[in-house]
Design a protein around this ligand. Structure first.
Ligand code: FES
Ligand SMILES: [Fe+2]
Length: 384
């Protein structure tokens, strides 16, 4: 028997989470063509019918398995490329042009959809419940108007990792210093019902060239809330030398298999008032780039880490186990949701000791850099 702690990598859950999942920008599906989206262990077909509605069905035809994503939109329906069976957004087979009648109970898997904040969301539940509209993420006032820049939207496939790995980030104070090159000066979590929120304030490190969080001239107030298992809204207020900009970052994902998911993120920036369009566009572009980069710093970690069911934590780490209990509610039957998964839980991390150490480390890094630069200057030929 040794005291060595072993890493428990666990087994990945076979079922996929219950809740609203974002498939992408609604406008990207609105061209009258079928679109394929990998998700929930299968392929989905997404299309806009002639009536303007966006529909999501299982991508494989219930007749003989044809791939509906390679079919054609005919009127309001999706037509299979194999024998032209026509499927409606309600999941029913509407017409078989060569047949006298449609078989009774010709129905495929359909998913309820909602367009919110310009994004197409679908309800997924292994138990097959009706969509719960109470659990939708909130509407963002003024987003999608000329007060904000249009969504800058990005997609990234992640392989070799279960999506629950990225949820841990909500409770992770210390990674802001190491991964995002910022001092997290204040850090708090609230888990409540189907939401999990991180409140964070940070200041960029002067010894690094960080992305969104790491600019030494910036301080940041960030509130990031998961609404359900896969859709996070992150409100960011950046103070750059006294100039405040509001940024909204969406971080969402669709599970594709037991160890893979598709990550999507979108950024919209409130156009600063009193500036001309060109300057607004420039500022928005800069923030889009830098918060995009900041997000990719996380992605690089997720892509390479292993799963761990028994993380070994110190006092400065946030409430990872409580967060995982919260996340578990989306993987059990509704009847099995226990109070400890949804009860309100609040915790603030004391960041004092961490910031003392980090400030000393950064001061040391800056001193070393200054010394190295002075050496290099002394060694350079005077007339060069
Ligand atoms: S497989 Fe789709 S119509 Fe036959
Ligand atoms: Fe992060």
């Amino acid at each position: 028997m040794t005291d060595t702690r072993m890493l428990d990598q666990g087994t990945q859950p076979i079922r996929f989470a219950r809740g609203w999942h974002c498939l992408g920008l609604a406008s990207d599906f609105a061209d009258g063509k079928p679109h394929a989206v990998q998700g929930f262990g299968t392929k989905l077909v997404v299309w806009q019918g002639g009536n303007g509605e966006l529909n999501v069905l299982d991508g494989y035809c219930r007749h003989m398995g044809g791939d509906l994503t390679q079919g054609e939109v005919k009127g309001d329906h999706i037509a299979c490329p194999f024998h032209d069976w026509r499927w409606g957004g309600d999941g029913k087979c509407k017409e078989i042009p060569y047949a006298r009648r449609v078989p009774l109970r010709a129905r495929t898997q359909r998913y309820e959809t909602v367009v919110r904040n310009g994004q197409l969301l679908m309800w997924h539940d292994p138990e097959g419940s009706a969509a719960d509209h109470e659990l939708l993420p909130p509407e963002l006032p003024d987003v999608m108007t000329d007060k904000y820049t249009p969504w800058s939207w990005h997609t990234k496939e992640i392989n070799g990792s279960h999506c629950r790995e990225l949820i841990d980030n909500v409770a992770d104070m210390a990674h802001f210093y190491y991964v995002h090159f910022a001092f997290p000066t204040s850090f708090r979590n609230i888990f409540d019902g189907h939401t999990a929120t991180q409140f964070m304030e940070s200041k960029g490190r002067p010894d690094t060239m960080g992305g969104g969080y790491g600019d030494e001239n910036s301080t940041l107030k960030s509130v990031a809330t998961y609404y359900g298992p896969s859709y996070m809204i992150n409100w960011l207020e950046v103070d750059y030398k006294g100039f405040i900009t509001e940024v909204i970052l969406i971080n969402c994902h669709i599970p594709t298999g037991p160890t893979s998911f598709t990550l999507q993120y979108g950024i919209s920036v409130r156009k600063p008032e009193g500036l001309d369009e060109k300057t607004c566009a420039y500022i928005a572009e800069r923030y889009t780039e830098s918060f995009g980069d900041g997000f990719l710093q996380d992605v690089a970690i997720w892509e390479n880490k292993v799963a761990v069911q028994n993380p070994l934590l110190c006092e400065e780490d946030g409430p990872v186990y409580q967060l995982r209990r919260w996340y578990e509610q989306f993987y059990v039957d509704v009847a099995d949701i226990a109070p400890e998964m949804t009860d309100r839980f609040e915790f603030e991390v004391d960041t004092t000791k961490a910031n003392e150490y980090w400030h000393a480390e950064v001061a040391d890094n800056l001193a070393k850099r200054a010394a190295a630069e002075a050496d290099a200057e002394a060694a350079a030929p005077a007339d060069a």
